[in-house]
Design a protein around this ligand. Sequence first.
Ligand code: HEM
Length: 518
Amino acid sequence: MYTLLAFALAATALWILKLYAGWRAAVSSIQNYPGLRYVFGPESFMMQWRIPYLSAGNFSLWLKKHQDFVHFDSDIISSVRWLPDPSSMLLLADADAIKEVTSARTRFPKPLHQYKILTFYGSNIVVTEGDEWKRHRKISAPSFSERNNRLVWDETMLIVQELAEELWKGRREVAVDNIVDLTVPMALFVIGVAGFGKRMSWKEDLAVPPGYVMPFKDALHIVSNDLWMKIVLPAWLLNLGPTKRVRNFRDAYTDLERYMTVMIQQRKTAEKKQERYDLFSSLLDANEDEGDGQSRLSDSELMGNIFIYLIAGHETTAHTLAFTFIMLALYQDEQEILYQHIKSVVPEDRIPGYEEMGKLTYSMAVFLETLRMFPPVNAIPKHAAEDSVLVTQNMAGEKLTVPCPKGTALLFHTPGLHYNPRYWEDPHAFKPARFLGEWPRDAFLPFSSGARSCLGRRFSETEGVAILTYMMKQYRVEVRDEPQHAGETFEQRKARLLRCKSAITLYPVKAPLVFKRR
Ligand code: HEM
């Protein structure tokens, strides 16, 4: 018994010694550059909150914004963790350093092991690097064309028009318990039609094709909502389906695969190709046009890519729109400026066309300012493939050099950059007008930057401007009055509406708003 105990103690001591040695090596690899020292680093999704010595807190990236950088007096700080293995990382809130990293893709590639969970129906552009990524990008990129942007605009307008004229018809006021309940279906319908080529409606869709369990709309909605199950639950448990929700997800996942397979087959065997500009159709066309059969994407890669557009583009846009409506409801003066601007561009009672998007500068400015203040993706990882040195500044503007040896993990700290007063005057204030003139483009990172930046940026900006323009022309948005919150100050109300959580992307927890017909 004693021997066993002694053995266990010795093994534990050895493990701690090994961890300690690893930790020392990690600290000295970055020459003890100032920063966070916790058992779990800020990249650990399982540890959301900052707990002294134990956890740097993944959510603290959002909560602290630029504060940690001020605390350690540098726009690049380090983080050294103990678990799951001792290693060092650099957190970047410096626009020039980030630009240097994003413009040297081979020196600072993506840490692919962190992305494997995003391979669902097949390999795709997000989870690949090097030549593999180039193959995916070459075939994917042409889908994000001007014709697709026009489709996004036209279809988005139809979606909001149907909402106003059919679902909300005749109502002077419409209250929503939580704004995401409105923006999530909006964005889903847009990606449904402009991404997958399937038009959806606010009305109930009861048509289930033979051989399927549910309509396409429901399959898309359930899969995008409950995708975490695919990551967290083992395959056997998913197949077993112990609860109704798990069974629904399992069926939705299988149905979506079947819908996509049939769409690919129909497109491949169609005698006459229809001119269509949704992402899926264009992806299939680009793939067929790829002369060299070897670089073509397989059917599963095609599905992997179209599905990743849904993952990358649905919640990000939906949550940004939710924050936009909240900010406009809180800041009525900004809403009035936006309304007057929209009226000056489109004075008549008509829906503006895509070619007018360029004139709707204030709608775009509101969308961009929301993305600055509430970047859906708080952390963008890279790693150093060779020894480097990064340059940054302290709060007084003095130059600092940061060692970045091969193997160091890097994290673009989006809130740190977006709230850095070096680039953004009065960064905590909601000031869309800052996006009207010259603005510091390198310090704006919601879509990442460089070769691996977001392919769907224009898609989501088009959707955002269209929705804001239509909705704000028709409605005034306000915070819903609730007796239990009577008497709260503006700051209390703002804090309540902007309470956020982060599950891959940042989202507001509960924001009840009301839309009042103008
Ligand atoms: C507000 C909306 C959006 C935000 C904030 C956003 C953000 C981002 C970010 C930060 C990345 C880089 C990810 C990384 O390096 O790990 C990215 C990549 C990507 N996004 Fe978006 N995105 C948005 C909308 C969309 C939409 C609507 C689509 C497609 C319909 C889309 C498709 C993609 C794709 C395909 C990539 C991978 C590009 C590559 O690796 O070459 N995104 N996005």
